[in-house]
Design a binder for this molecule. Structure first.
Ligand code: CTP
Length: 385
């Protein structure tokens, strides 16, 4: 249908990017990218009439997107060239043809297009050997400057390789490593890097991913140093099984932050104050470095009240970090007991409630509360409604 509409408007339209890659791999993808030679406005208008679907149109970038209720999303844009003025800059965009539109992209497997007009319908456009690389499961950059133009592509590449079980082609891996080590990315915002890391760590960590980040030190883009001698494979397997367990128990947990936190043993809060990131995430990412004393205390036999007193102030994510990273059986036992049996047990009234009512509780109230609380922890009393 899109081809027929493009025919009528005399524009050349192509299906392009990740969707072709995933189609050739036999995988599903709900994001359909279409580019047209020239200005896409006309096609966007006609398509929205045809599908009678809602279209979001961006005047400045001349791009449009159509969202369907079942999750399908079609993005439309004109073919364009991107010029990067410095490493990590947002590109200056100019109109161009399909070749240059493909040439500006990251990897050969993402630089495939299929013609949609009726005269050439279904014809594959493959200037850079993308089909061959797909068959050989290789990730190959389109040109030497790809990562200097946009270093976030290194992280995208690691995500693709680990998801699709592909290898970086040797020279591409070298380029990626060199770019990360030698590039001047001072003007690349932490926000863009973190957005890519969020996508990377939305998926489970596997061995391939760990191997890749050892060879290509992407965390350097954020100034993060990895700790020496950590068995990340062991830690990530433990993390994945905890995440699964907590999900079963209906805890709402920030998975990507926790996966990222595996690698931030040495991160200080003051190093990341400027990051455009929720305060809560900054706390989680910089938690481990400050947790030494807590781990030491938790490495003892503790009674319920003491445990609750100690752990109530921590986020669940922080406790999971301790579970995964401390490597101490006693610490794990204590936290497990806290999460499974004690967390969430609270008294129905507090001193604050009484204060609000003007009852001005003295120390005797605290004593009473503590005793009831302790009794509840022990199961000696239950709440009578
Ligand atoms: N692209 C690029 N450089 C980037 C981001 C994107 O060259 N930093 C190009 C790639 O050709 C990619 C296309 O833009 O295929 C669309 O990007 P996006 O929708 O983000 O990714 P997909 O490849 O569709 O992958 P995913 O399925 O993971 O979203």
């Amino acid at each position: 249908e899109i081809g027929a509409i493009a025919d009528k408007s005399q524009i050349r339209a192509y299906l392009i990017g990740g969707i072709i890659r995933d189609l050739l791999l036999g995988k599903g993808n709900n994001d359909i990218d279409i580019v047209v030679d020239g200005n896409p406005v006309e096609l966007i208008k006609q398509l929205s009439d045809f599908f009678s679907a809602k279209v979001l149109y961006n005047e400045q970038f001349k791009t449009g997107s159509i969202k369907f209720a079942d999750g399908l999303n079609i993005d439309l844009a004109g073919t364009r060239r991107e010029n990067y003025h410095y490493p990590g800059a947002l590109p200056e965009v100019t109109e161009t043809n399909i070749f240059e539109d493909l040439f500006r992209r990251d990897y050969t497997i993402n630089a495939l297009a299929v013609a949609l007009n009726s005269d050439k319908w279904g014809r594959m456009i493959d200037y850079f050997g993308g089909q061959k690389d797909l068959a050989e499961k290789k990730l190959r950059a389109l040109h030497r400057f790809s990562f200097l133009d946009d270093p976030t592509r290194v992280i995208r590449g690691i995500r693709l390789a680990s998801r699709l079980k592909f290898d970086f082609e040797k020279e591409t891996e070298d380029l990626a490593r060199e770019a990360v080590l030698a590039g001047d990315f001072s003007r690349l915002t932490s926000e863009r890097i973190i957005k890519e890391l969020e996508l990377l760590f939305a998926e489970k960590i596997n061995r391939r991913l760990l191997g890749l980040i050892k060879n290509i030190p992407v965390f350097k883009l954020l100034g993060i140093e990895l700790a020496e001698g950590v068995d990340y494979w062991q830690q990530s397997t433990r993390l994945e099984s905890w995440l699964e367990y907590l999900k079963e128990k209906n805890y709402n947990i920030e998975e990507w932050v926790l996966r990222l936190a595996l690698f931030t043993d040495k991160l200080k809060k003051k190093d990341i104050v400027d990051w455009n990131l929720k305060e809560r995430y900054k706390d989680i990412l910089s938690f481990y470095l400050t947790a030494r004393d807590l781990i030491e205390t938790l490495d003892n036999d503790l009674d319920d009240l003491r445990l609750v007193d100690m752990l109530n102030e921590y986020k669940l994510e922080e406790l999971v970090i301790l579970l995964v990273k401390s490597g101490k059986v006693m610490v794990e036992k204590n936290i497990r007991r806290y999460i499974n049996e004690l967390k969430g047990i609270e008294l129905a009234i507090s001193g604050f409630d009484l204060k609000e009512l003007g009852l001005n509780p003295g120390p005797v109230y605290k004593d009473i509360f503590d005793r009831v609380y302790r009794a509840r922890l022990k199961g000696e009393v239950s709440t009578h409604q």
